[in-house]
Design a protein around this ligand. Structure first.
Ligand code: FES
Length: 114
């Protein structure tokens, strides 16, 4: 995992190429104090969540991606990649962001990062 430089363009921020995010893995992008983990599923869907578990702020980017979720590396909470909601009996929510793929590039909505 490594941070990428952020290049701005209109209302979207280009945060890198899709190929830079490993399948079933994540890559982090920093914007001010915010660290956003961009996840890639086995079937090449991309999701962006704050890199902070709702339990005790574990780094979700270092978790295991499976079944549309990520399992936190600290205490194994399972977080939905689409909603950011903790699954099962656990309660909590991680902030999610819109991520778009255009021409092999990953774009985040600038408005959501303000
Ligand atoms: S910090 Fe993620 S499960 Fe505890």
């Amino acid at each position: 995992m490594s941070a990428v430089n952020v290049a701005m363009s209109q209302d979207w921020i280009d945060v890198g190429a899709t190929e830079e995010v490993p399948q079933r893995g994540a890559r982090c992008v920093k914007k001010g104090d915010l660290t956003i983990a961009i996840f890639r599923t086995q079937d090449d869907q991309f999701f962006a969540l704050e890199d902070k578990c709702p339990h005790k702020h574990g780094p979700l980017s270092q978790g295991i991606v499976h079944d549309g979720c990520v399992t936190c590396p600290l205490h194994n909470w399972v977080i939905s990649l689409s909603s950011g909601q903790a699954q099962g009996a656990d309660e909590g929510e991680t902030r999610t962001f819109t991520v778009e793929v255009r021409d092999g590039r990953l774009l985040l909505d600038l408005e959501e990062l303000r």
